[in-house]
Design a protein around this ligand. Sequence first.
Ligand SMILES: Nc1nc2c(ncn2[C@@H]2O[C@H](COP(=O)(O)OP(=O)(O)OP(=O)(O)O)[C@@H](O)[C@H]2O)c(=O)[nH]1
Length: 344
Amino acid sequence: MSGPDFVVLTGFLGSGKTTLLRDVLARPEAADTAVIVNEVGEIGLDAAILREEGGPARMAMLANGCVCCQLGSDLAATVDALLHAARPGAAGPLRRIILETSGLSRPGPVLRQLASLAEYRMRVSVVATFDALRGTATADFAEAAAQWAAAHRIVLTKADLVAAPRLAAARAEAAGLNPLAEIVATADRAAAVAGAFASLAPAPGRAPALPAAATPHPRIAVHLARPAGLPAYDDVATWLDNLAGALGERLLRLKGLVRVAGSAHPLLVQSVGTLFSPPRPFRDPGSAEAAFLVVITRDAGPEEIAAVAPAGLFALAGRGGAALAPPRGPLLARAEAVEGPGPR
Ligand SMILES: Nc1nc2c(ncn2[C@@H]2O[C@H](COP(=O)(O)OP(=O)(O)OP(=O)(O)O)[C@@H](O)[C@H]2O)c(=O)[nH]1
């Protein structure tokens, strides 16, 4: 049996995370939702209603049964406390936990902390806000680029402040930055709020379409890598390791299905930043022939990826900016296993 959905709500400073949270908490279906916020005051909670002072998590029960909790120093302990908290009058177990992260944080380290809670079998996903008014203006911040690239879903905010053509353009920008993400782009605020936190549908086992034009920001590139043949597992593992080492923080996201010699099913391979989920067989029948990796990078051109050893393992197609920065060389922080979201 699987546990609750765990949504990491990310997005740059001022992009509308707290407003989105406040709006979802006002909905009747939020009764089985818990939220973890950095600043209790942010969503208009009176600190005085927080009833647990000494425990690992300070909590408040909202009128509709939703639990609100302040992030403690230890995320795992906070989540643990939430899942075990008594909820008077609540119908059943929590169905969803939403963590609002700081506007200047990257999702990767949060996902790493969640890996220690694997026993709860939560379905973890990353939802990022994208300010329709500002668009890609914040993409020069490495954190903003990392947030969008990590997202399974990107929600356009401030749609009420822009005209329909700008909303459509913003949708295309978001899709161009991360073709793996589902995009919620609607001027209907209620639909946007509901869509932002709905359970994610499984993704088809095929490569997403690359944007027809360059990505909407010159420093962010989306590459489609296809294996040149049927590689050995060890060669793919070495290539991924070398890619993470060569790009370091410039590797924003990687996801795909790769057939390897001796395996009946393609392997689902994915990372958020350089944090890799353990590769696992992807048994979707429609994916038997699938073989592709989508690699989203910042300041890294296709030639740099093509040079990763073993060279020639993948053939590259790419869209995006030129390599602006020289390779930084292997980072000490290496790929680390995280329990990522399921195949999508
Ligand atoms: N008109 C309009 N204003 C919005 C919307 N979303 C957010 N805002 C405004 O934008 C500002 C920032 O919104 P927040 O929700 O606080 O953004 P945030 O991402 O939580 O910001 P940080 O906590 O600083 O990272 C506030 O003044 C909000 O009222 C929206 O959909 N429409």
